[in-house]
Write a protein that binds this ligand. Sequence first.
Ligand SMILES: *Cc1c(COP(=O)(O)O)cnc(C)c1O
Length: 403
Amino acid sequence: MTAESATIAEPHVMTTYGRLPIALVRGRGSRVWDSTGREYLDGLGGIAVNTLGHAHPKFVAALQEQVATLIHCSNYYHIPGQEQLAARLVELSGLTNAFFCSTGLEANEAALKLARKFGHDKGIERPEVIVFEKAFHGRSIATLSATGNPKVQAGFGPLVEGFVRVPFNDIEAIRAAVESNPNITAIFLETIQGEGGIHAARWDYLRAVRELCDQHDLLLMLDEVQCGIGRTGKWFAHQWADIKPDVMPLAKGLGSGVPIGAVVCGPRAAHIFKPGNHGTTFGGNPLSMRAGIETLRIMEEEGLLENAAAVGAHLKAALERELAGVAGVAEIRGAGLMLGIELDRPCGVVLTRALEAGLLLSVTADSVVRLVPPLTLSVAEADEIVALLVPVIKTFLAESAAA
Ligand SMILES: *Cc1c(COP(=O)(O)O)cnc(C)c1O
């Protein structure tokens, strides 16, 4: 860290983040530069947001054109981009309709409202939703209540009621909750838990959850805000299990950095909202729709699903090889370009050490090093991540005591 970058002051910004001591000012592909001109390899992609990497030329040209044409107009009017993006999401997911908003938590709020209205429409006055340990769904009052991390909830009670929490990947726990509680209307989970430490739902478990939802007339709501949009090598992570949800919140990677969220619904959920039941000022505006349309178009044109799968497999294999037998490495897991390296001890400092080495990443769930880079990452860049990260992890483990 240079002396200059270590003294960045923000006296007027609320202190909601523990910031690293650099300011990023420019990016290109999988690389970014800070205000002192130092270059970093981006293993974080703005937390699974920068699908196309930074300053992708085709994306930049499309957005420049859109900014100069129409940015926003409100949902009082038809917005052609909404139908275009909804049709594409429907085509890719096999679902039927989409609602647009601007963030992940908003997409999840819409999903939770759908679950409640679905219950009320069938005469359940106090609908409840099954949620999971280690889940993360956002930081609004309802979505932090659905979240399974006490740190996210601390200080913000009373929590929203109507959630029943069960362990993840345990079908009997869900079955017991459903069979003992006639107020359950939906099951709400991340296909791959992101903030909770990169824990994937087993595919057989997802199929069993789908079956249970069908048997009991419940909505299966899969939060794919982080794991969707090609990150695992399929358009949506649940497609590995060959099932369809009824409700699928999306956000992060959908706009390659332009704020956008969506809830994509199948036939059982697509017509629950009637005019006036839900809405948002910014959601679905022409700029964000263009960002979504171009992201999906460029992903397809450049084969980024295949790239995420292939480069992700290469990266995971290289990490497994280089960290094999290293004491303190508990597990390397994930799919495509959504990978977690779990250590046997809290490892927040790995974030700073990696930054010093020139690599952006994050540490989540205290002890999991998370890599969610742009889906444009090349094999050579993956090798560079390994070359930068492995020594940082080995040095950290050698210096620190096991928990
Ligand atoms: C990031 C995330 C959210 C919240 O998205 P915001 O855009 O920060 O509101 C919700 N669910 C999952 C799975 C996420 O990873």
